[in-house]
Design a protein around this ligand. Structure first.
Ligand SMILES: [Zn+2]
Length: 544
């Protein structure tokens, strides 16, 4: 009994910690994809993949005999390496390929998987709003493996070449540059697109359908075209008119556009927009949203303000999310928070300060509402259902974290840090710590405490400020933080109004209770906390 007891305790500890287990992610371990070459032939009705072969160039990272691909329910016809058949097992969305000989670290193998069938997900086989058949990729977060065998995790980035064979009346767009279109003996056409930059698997797409292809009227920093249902041909130039300005703005603010072209597509996506690298898909009701009479319209572009934000958001992802990709799902705010904030920056630049203030205010309200339901850090290692990560923490609170960093560091330092972060991690991945490192380098400041409280911990400051006029030319300010958990130590701008005018001070709280005495000639007539809204806070003020 005595010797068993510690074992029992250990087992219980193990059980209790596994009950609170952190999410396990599909990470790169024994091998990584280096390049995908994917050939897909669709049937005439675009209702299934009649044949496909994916050649995956695999770099071996550790000696192994098995390459474990993520692959859904399509029928695997054969797997080959240098034309030699390999054994495989295919179940539970895994394709385990057994290599016939030992491989060494550093070896690169060209594995080819031949397959066919009707994908359950990922490649959405549907009809466009005119009733024409369409096939559109929609993979976030890890649904690409339903139609392409992959290592289906955002960190496993690779370039991709598509050869898509479809009936001659179909238009095809995919990631990257259109290399050529070839008419083959059957009368079908094969479209070859190559995306030369490594992109996350969830961004790998094709879109096939009876699209009207419309070139942008505006000059853009990259070839910019629109793919819309035939009936929306005339709506596209105006509907997508913010695109060129967005590209221009982010190019000037961050870095040159990272890809070979940009296609803005109206098609099938379960999201409002999906940021596939160089081939963004927007929801099929994008243009019909303009018809509602009560909708808030952009003065600059004459389209719904929501559409301006959405277009700016998805294009911002080309830099943040697609080119610099989150290393783990816990770092998703580096994609969604950045896209949200950079869309708001575009709004600030083109629609003015009032629109900017409204956007940030709405973002704050979304965070407060979300935190009432779920109080977890932005850096969320626990949530199992990845769709639940599309929440106000990763979007609006992530945007607010960037806004607070910008406010606290100043525009010059902040944007220099962001540009450095981008160029360091371009075409690769980044973690929240990488962002901290870049901003620390730019500012010379230690941001550990800021990230610890805002990114790795939950909640927002709920300040209660009480002031007392002591009648001795001094006001005493008592600042209490009512939120659960630790104090926020961000500097808090405060404006005190007296008969003499306004006076700005900055409180630097050191804990949840903080007292400051401020010499003042006259009794305050009003005190305002965070007058320029640079903190994600809720505040109540009492005074006498
Ligand atoms: Zn997004």
């Amino acid at each position: 009994m005595k010797i068993l007891r510690p074992r029992v305790i250990l087992l219980l500890l193990f059980l209790s910690s596994s009950a609170l287990a952190v999410r396990t992610e599909r990470l790169i371990d024994k091998w990584r994809p280096q390049h995908y070459l994917v050939n897909i032939t669709l049937n005439d009705q675009l209702t299934e993949i009649s044949s496909a072969s994916a050649c995956i160039y695999v770099r071996i990272l550790k000696p192994t005999r098995v390459i474990d691909l993520d692959f859904g329910e399509l029928t695997v016809d054969r797997v080959t390496l240098n034309s030699k058949l390999l054994e495989f097992t295919h179940k539970g969305e895994k394709l385990l390929v057994t290599l016939s000989e030992d491989v060494k670290t550093g070896d690169v193998l060209a594995l080819t998987v031949d397959y066919h069938g009707k994908p359950k997900d990922g490649l959405v086989l549907t009809k466009d709003k005119d009733g024409h058949p369409a096939a559109v990729g929609d993979n976030w977060p890890n649904r690409v493996h339903h139609w392409i065998p992959t290592l289906d995790h955002p960190s496993a980035k690779a370039p991709i070449t598509f050869n898509i064979t479809v009936p001659a009346n179909q238009e095809v767009v995919a990631n990257g540059k259109l290399e050529h279109v070839e008419t083959i003996a059957t009368g079908q056409r094969t479209w070859t697109y190559t995306e030369g930059a490594p992109i996350p698997p969830y961004c790998m797409i094709i879109a096939v359908g009876r699209f009207a292809k419309v070139e942008a009227l505006e000059r853009a920093v990259t070839p910019l075209s629109y793919y819309v249902p035939l009936s929306e041909r005339d709506l596209a130039p105006k509907g997508f008119s913010p695109g060129a300005s967005v590209l221009d703005y982010f190019t000037n603010t961050v870095a040159p556009y990272p890809y070979e072209k940009l296609a803005l597509i109206v098609g099938a996506t379960r999201f409002g927009g999906m940021e596939n690298s160089s081939a963004i898909v927007f929801t099929s009701n994008l243009f019909s949203r303009a018809a509602a009479p009560s909708i808030d319209m952009s003065r600059k572009f004459g389209v719904p303000s929501n559409n301006v934000s959405l277009i700016a958001h998805e294009i911002a992802h080309q830099w943040f999310g697609d080119s610099v990709t989150e290393s783990t799902w816990s770092d998703l705010w580096l994609s969604e928070g950045f896209a949200t904030y950079f869309a708001v920056l575009f709004v600030q630049r083109f629609e003015g300060e009032d629109a900017f203030r409204v956007s940030m205010n709405n973002a704050a309200l979304a965070v407060f509402a979300y935190e009432k339901k779920k109080l977890v850090p932005i850096f969320d290692r626990d949530t199992e259902n990845l769709m639940e990560l599309l929440n106000a923490n990763n979007y609006q609170k992530g945007a607010w974290v960037l806004h607070m960093l910008r406010s606290q560091l100043g525009d010059d330092v902040f944007f220099r840090g962001i540009r450095d972060y981008y160029s360091t991690h371009k075409n690769a991945t980044a973690s929240s710590e990488d962002l901290r490192a870049a901003l620390e380098k730019a500012s010379g400041k230690n941001l550990r405490a800021f990230f610890a409280r805002w990114v790795y911990d939950s909640g927002h400051p709920q300040y209660e400020l009480t002031w007392y006029w002591l009648g001795k030319r001094e006001v005493r300010i008592v600042l209490t933080q009512r939120q659960p958990g630790n104090a926020f130590v961000d500097p808090i701008p405060v404006t005190i109004t007296t008969a003499d005018g306004k006076r700005d001070i900055v409180l630097k709280p050191t804990g949840k209770l903080f007292i400051e005495r401020v010499p003042l000639r006259q009794k305050p007539t009003g005190i305002e906390v965070d007058p320029h809204n640079i903190l994600l806070d809720e505040t109540s003020i009492k005074g006498n």
